[in-house]
Design a protein around this ligand. Structure first.
Ligand SMILES: [Mn+2]
Length: 330
């Protein structure tokens, strides 16, 4: 296990004002890591600015301080000016600088920039970085960082990190889960986190509209290659019919990944007209990060994605299938 680099630790210690940010469409790991670390840094008497290019999705509004996340570039610039050069940027759970959103180059102008991440394929960016693809989650790394900073986690920060770990390990079921992941979870529970409270907030919170949407999406199921590849899709029309948004589809892909024979699950999303987002989830030896990379995307071995513009759902599938078959040796 790669330990926190000393140079990165010192860089964090030196900062008086910190901008924290993460990847677009932030998941539980991204938000949990960001909010947990921000809480710790604030207790170290640092001023923090939690920045995201978009609003926190409804699913994660239960996280403490999620309402403190800022989306305005104008406010970010005010924070930068008022920091009088004593400032730095911390980028969490982001495998590629362009995944910081359309303001990525503006954000990286804040120096020093410090990157903490566990994505395979992150070759390192920023002035200081700590990248360990063998970690279950960025949340697990933040736990170590906080220890190395000689800080204690508050209950609210512990909840954030627990959420980060639970979501990025599929509730401790993915191959990335190690004995150390359980060790960190054990310590967080000792700090007072209730797994059932986090579990309910994350997973027992469907709206009726989401279930109706799920009905429509699951009825689009197509199976290929002896039921080894499962494909589902969501269209704008399905969202309109059920008064839902694309965010409401977050866990659907895991339902088809759960089919016993399935090696790869594909979720095609009509994000906008002729803009298609694709999520890929794999089991076993199939490396979907590699497949996604061929379409300009990225991710982990078992969970990856990409986006295509100016194209219909069916066409994306046509281009994707040969690549998946190649990957699966079919
Ligand atoms: Mn992550």
């Amino acid at each position: 296990m790669i330990k926190v680099p000393d140079s990165l630790l010192e860089a964090v210690h030196r900062l008086g004002n910190v901008v924290l940010t993460t990847h677009v469409n932030p998941d539980g790991d991204a938000l949990g890591s960001l909010l947990g670390l921000a809480d710790v840094l604030r207790r170290m008497e640092k001023r923090v600015f939690r920045f995201l290019p978009e609003q926190v999705s409804q699913n994660y509004r239960f996280l403490p301080d999620s309402d403190c996340v800022q989306n305005s570039i104008e406010k970010l610039n005010q924070f930068i000016v008022s920091s009088r050069e004593d400032i730095g940027l911390i980028v969490l759970d982001c495998g590629d600088k362009k995944r910081l959103g359309e303001n990525w180059s503006e954000l990286l102008r804040i120096r020093p920039s410090i990157v903490i991440d566990h994505h395979k394929g992150n070759n390192g960016f920023g002035d200081f970085y700590w990248i360990d693809p063998d970690r279950s989650s960025t949340g697990e790394m933040i736990f170590d960082l906080v220890e190395e900073l000689n800080q204690k986690l508050t209950l609210q920060a512990a909840k954030c990190l627990f959420t980060a770990i639970v979501t990025d390990t599929g509730s401790f079921r993915y191959g990335s889960t190690t004995s150390y992941t359980f060790e960190v979870a054990r310590r967080l529970i000792e700090d007072g986190v209730s797994p059932d409270e986090i579990g309910d907030a994350l997973y027992n919170n469907y709206t009726v509209g989401q279930i109706r949407l799920m009905q429509l999406v699951l009825s689009s199921l197509q199976m290929f290659n002896n039921d080894q590849i499962a494909v589902i899709q969501v269209t704008r029309d399905m969202l309109t019919k059920t008064s839902t948004t694309i965010e409401d589809t977050e866990n659907f892909i895991n339902m088809v990944r759960a089919i016993k024979s399935v090696q790869v699950a594909v979720f095609l999303k009509e994000v906008e007209k002729e803009v298609v987002g694709v999520s890929l989830r794999a089991k076993g030896g199939c490396d979907v990060a590699d497949v996604a990379a061929r379409f300009g995307g990225g991710g982990h071995r078992n969970a990856a994605g990409f986006k295509q513009s100016g194209i219909e759902l069916s066409e994306v599938l046509e281009r994707l299938m040969p690549e998946l078959r190649k990957e699966l040796d079919l």
